[in-house]
Design a protein. Structure first.
Length: 460
């Protein structure tokens, strides 16, 4: 039941001295050391999205609770147990999004995208929230990248969407197989639910408590239960594929043909029914194809399916749609387990070290001038010891450092120190910029210079 509209009283804020705040259970920081891996995944997702003609969307973290109840299904694990749902100060029942599709469909309708030329192809990279039991590879805030195509029901689109995920994982170096199934259309579903009931009813006592309830509410969900006994029973359950209506079968066969055309490796897997109510026709999951010792549960990298009924459920006209989401933390776990290294962070082209107030002022001007030329300059202006500044330059792997001390200030010169050899050269301050340009050119290669200027690809 949805919470009633009652304003929440303001909690008194009592700061406690001396108690260090700690991460909330199930949450995780993404630290600077983690970012090279995150960027690797983000960059791959963005570049594949561009190649396949998708535009980025970001919907809010907070949405109406009722939207998720309606789309994900009130009997789903997500809505029953995992929603971060609460009443806001104005008395509205809201929730932190547990998945990305519902918000995208809301935005599609709210911004009149159905009136634009179809299909609409959108992707997102966003944090999701589920009050799950935290464990390795499972968090309460986690990130997903997701792709959605709205307004196109052709089976080739199912294959295209599946191929996008497969491309991302393969290009990242993670071998995946796609597990595919069809959960049919409304007619097939009604027929299949009957068959499932007939199969599970006499075996009811062997089901877990949760699945006993599912037997009444939605027996299809027993098929993706994680309990070993239920899985054993599910293995021998009659497959959906045998009960598809003719149009549903035809759609699915075409999807498989297109997957073959696109060289996407897949397995038919009758247990892929997905936990969410809105799926129709094609349902799929990406699983890691080899065993490198990462826990089996974490080998499920992502999944999705066709959801032809959702736009209508949200009050729009019937609109076919399909999409998937991949978990970023699990992708990164795979990258790390495989020893796949992200590219080293960009190093600065030059470091500027200074000594004394006047030198600092002059260095700040020089820093700005170099940056305006597209040269990646680094500095730690707050430091007063040259030794400490050279340490910073080494840590950042700057190839050379400009040193402006008091003597150089008086002489109108500047020192250029090669950080590898330690050799220092004195040059006129007025020639410093030209000298830096020359060296950056040499270090980064001729290709980065156009009309004598350093161009964009060495900028931040
Ligand atoms: P789902 O939306 O449940 O199909 O999830 C798609 C993918 O998101 C999964 O295959 C996981 O990679 C990832 N995922 C789902 N739930 C979590 C979680 N609690 N923590 C981390 N990753 C998750």
């Amino acid at each position: 039941m949805l919470p009633k509209k009652t304003p929440v009283p303001e909690a008194p804020f009592v700061p406690k001295k001396g108690k260090t705040p700690m991460l909330v259970r199930g949450m995780k920081d993404i630290l600077p050391v983690d970012w090279p891996w995150w960027n690797l995944v983000f960059d791959k997702v963005i570049s594949v999205a561009r190649e396949f003609g998708f535009e980025r969307i970001e919907t809010p973290v907070v949405e109406e609770n009722a939207m998720f109840v309606r789309s994900v299904g009130k009997d789903s694990d997500i809505v029953e147990k995992e929603m971060f749902a609460f009443t806001d100060r104005g008395g509205d029942a809201v929730a932190l999004r547990p998945e990305g599709t519902a918000g995208v469909v809301r935005a599609y309708l709210e911004h009149g995208m159905m009136a634009m030329p179809q299909p609409i192809k959108l992707f997102y990279i966003s944090p999701m929230f589920r009050y799950d039991r935290p464990q390795s590879g499972r968090y309460r805030q986690f990130w997903q990248f997701g792709f959605e195509i709205l307004g196109d029901g052709h089976p080739v689109v199912d294959a295209e969407v599946i191929a996008i995920g497969a491309t991302i994982y393969q290009e990242l170096g993670i071998p995946v197989r796609v597990q595919v199934n069809s959960v049919g259309d409304a007619a097939s579903r009604t027929a299949y639910l009957k068959v499932l009931l007939e199969y599970f009813k006499p075996r009811r006592t062997r089901l877990c408590e949760e699945c006993k309830k599912r037997l009444i509410k939605n027996p299809m969900r027993i098929l993706d239960c994680k309990e070993p006994d239920c899985q054993l029973l599910a293995q021998d359950a009659p497959p959906f594929l045998d009960h598809l209506s003719e149009p549903a079968k035809e759609h699915f066969v075409k999807v498989l043909e297109h997957l073959d055309d696109m060289d996407v490796p897949y397995d038919l897997n009758p247990r892929i029914v997905r936990g969410l109510d809105y799926y129709t026709h094609t349902a799929f999951e990406y699983t890691v194809a080899d065993d490198i010792g990462v826990e089996k549960q974490q080998s499920a990298l992502g999944g999705g399916g066709r959801y032809d009924g959702l736009v209508e459920l949200f009050g729009g006209r019937p609109t076919p749609a399909i999409g998937f989401a991949g978990g970023i933390e699990r992708t990164i776990m795979q990258l790390k387990a495989r020893g796949i290294q992200p590219p080293a962070p960009l190093r600065p082209d030059v470091f500027i070290a200074q000594l004394g107030d006047a030198a600092r002022k002059k260095s700040i001007k020089l820093f700005r001038e170099l940056r305006s030329l597209g040269i990646r300059a680094a500095a730690t202006f707050s430091k007063t010891s040259i030794k400490a500044q050279l340490e910073s330059a080494n840590r950042l792997r700057a190839p050379f450092t400009l040193i402006l001390g008091q003597k150089e200030l008086v002489d109108g010169t500047i020192l250029i120190r090669d950080m590898e050899s330690g050799i220092q050269e004195v040059v006129d301050f007025g020639k410093a910029v030209g000298e830096v340009k020359k060296r950056v050119q040499k270090t980064n290669g001729e290709k980065q210079l156009v009309n004598g200027d350093v161009v964009a690809d060495i900028q931040e």
